[in-house]
Ligand binder design. Structure first.
Ligand SMILES: Nc1ncnc2c1ncn2[C@@H]1O[C@H](COP(=O)(O)OP(=O)(O)OP(=O)(O)O)[C@@H](O)[C@H]1O
Length: 262
């Protein structure tokens, strides 16, 4: 199990309570090798909570996560870390370690690999952050730091990659580069799950979309099946149009359908 090259992850009847609020209800979904999945939905819909359960950061109150058919909650933490890597939505560094050292933290689950330095350099290159390698992470801009944190996610060997809003702080060039990287990683057999707010990027790069609303899965399927004006209207309360041109989706929000509650 520890040396799995590909992984199928599944959420089975997940329920999660945070404070007094039920934030995940009856979640059933599966994530497969070679697939890039976007989890989308309005603020507070439960995307981060779902990703935190999938990665093992949170334990669900009911239901479970399966990794290649085994209950992930029963696996030792070290083994689970080798199977799935997770980038949380936000994280403020408190030590002034170098960017290269921060990236190397992503290799901890594998011990001291002989090609450690090479892997760190390759991961920094993937996110265009080689020039920051020796800079203290406390002195980077928000987007620069995010790219270093993304390199830490990408540096390891885990077959499951989970990232919460990975494009949020990035400029458009680095957003595009990152989504191309995630696409290539999925094409090479990784199982990739991203929470995204950018529906154009989700439609263009992802195989599957999970649309969440109020802790439930409102819809799941291909971008064409899920990103429809009806479903987007129901989830976000906006009217919209998707324009497709040469496989590139352009999501255009048109107007508010109801007063936003968020
Ligand atoms: N630590 C917490 N304690 C209590 N409630 C929480 C906590 N974290 C999140 N929540 C609540 O859980 C619900 C789901 O939050 P979650 O962060 O999963 O949503 P999200 O879809 O990722 O939102 P966003 O798009 O704003 O990041 C929200 O109602 C939120 O207020």
């Amino acid at each position: 199990m520890a040396s799995e090259k590909t992984i199928e992850a599944a959420c089975v009847a997940l329920e999660l309570q945070r404070g007094r609020k039920s934030v995940l209800q009856g979640i059933h979904c599966a994530f497969k090798p070679f697939e890039l999945t976007a989890v989308v939905g309005p603020n507070g819909a439960g995307k981060s909570s779902l990703l935190q359960c999938l990665s093992g950061v949170l334990s669900p109150d009911a239901g479970h996560v399966e990794l290649n058919g085994l209950d992930a909650g029963q696996l030792p933490a070290s083994q689970r870390a080798r199977l799935g890597a997770f980038l949380p939505q936000s994280e403020t560094p408190t030590w002034s370690l170098s960017a290269a050292d921060m990236v190397a933290l992503g290799l901890l689950p594998w011990g001291r690999l002989p090609d450690r330095e090479q892997r760190v350099q390759q991961a920094l290159l993937l996110v265009d952050a080689q020039e920051f390698a020796q800079r203290p992470v406390t002195q980077l801009s928000g987007g620069e730091l995010r790219r270093v944190q993304l390199a830490r996610l990408l540096v390891g060997r885990a077959p499951l990659l989970i990232a919460d809003e990975p494009t949020a702080a990035l400029d458009i060039r680095h957003q595009l580069q990152l989504m191309q990287n995630f696409r290539s990683l999925a094409d090479s057999g990784k199982t990739v799950v991203l929470a995204l707010h950018d529906l154009s990027l989700a439609a263009r790069f992802c195989d599957r979309i999970l649309l969440m609303l109020d802790g439930e899965l409102l819809a799941q399927g291909t971008p064409q099946q899920v990103l429809t004006p009806t479903l987007i209207g129901e989830a976000y309360g906006v009217s919209c149009e998707f324009r497709w041109r040469d496989g590139i989706a352009d999501f255009v929000p048109l107007d508010l359908l109801r007063k936003s509650s968020g």
